[in-house]
Design a protein around this ligand. Sequence first.
Ligand SMILES: NC(=O)c1ccc[n+]([C@@H]2O[C@H](COP(=O)([O-])OP(=O)(O)OC[C@H]3O[C@@H](n4cnc5c(N)ncnc54)[C@H](O)[C@@H]3O)[C@@H](O)[C@H]2O)c1
Length: 257
Amino acid sequence: MARLVLDSVVVVTGAGSGMGRAMVEEFCAEGARVAALDIDREAAEATVAGLDAGARALAVGVDVSDPESVRLGVEEVLGWAGRVDVLCNNAGILDSYLPAHEVSVEEWDRVIGVNQTGPFLMSRAVIPDMLSRGAGVIINTASVSAFSAAGGGTAYTSSKHGVLGLTRQLTFDYGSKGIRVNAICPGATLTGMTGADGGEQAVEMDPEIARTPAGRWCQPAEIARLAVFLAGSGADFMHGSAVVFDGGWLTAARNPF
Ligand SMILES: NC(=O)c1ccc[n+]([C@@H]2O[C@H](COP(=O)([O-])OP(=O)(O)OC[C@H]3O[C@@H](n4cnc5c(N)ncnc54)[C@H](O)[C@@H]3O)[C@@H](O)[C@H]2O)c1
């Protein structure tokens, strides 16, 4: 695997749990300086506290759906590290699996706000710094729900399709200016979102997961290692890709949910 340049500055949102926590760990292990952003500041601090000795990381409380919170958070990161080389737009929330006629405007706004507006606001905040150096990488965490229905409900599925649209438009606008933008589309991964912390959903899904081609859950560290690859020079030719990492879920066209 092509290694990151030592001392790259990486920002990970949703860093207090699941894939985001694993991304912080993997990027730090590669020698990067990592800003761990989460709406739950204590969870981000716990991620940083759990890192190996010598890791260089900063926990920041940021709500990615709030423009002022994003502005202040990125300002803090730039004050700490001086630049942002890699942005991982990973924070996301699930909806209530409801069809459109049952979705409240509040639920719609909440899910779109975090999952779709969040990556837009974070990208908008770091792109001027990337443009000033003519280099940068943005990695958006979408989902198999960017390609198919039923992985979530109306709001979640719409938001993840939107993340791919953002990925492509950012690529169109900034690819030739040195900023590479790609998306990761995970399948069922054992995280807080799917009940890895003891919730019931993972247990309910187990028989369905067993019927996917891979026959198992994805581990957050596998997604994190993909993010490290996408950030490195080995992925230099990748612009605007949606990397499906789903154990065959979409190929088998048998949705576990
Ligand atoms: N787990 C899966 O099976 C799965 C599958 C496909 C895609 N995804 C996507 O992967 C990403 C990571 O999810 P995960 O499974 O690790 O979930 P998770 O629930 O374990 O972690 C999400 C983190 O995001 C944080 N967060 C929530 N709202 C936020 C906000 N407004 N601002 C900042 N941080 C916020 C949470 O506090 C939490 O720490 C999400 O975008 C999710 O939609 C997950």
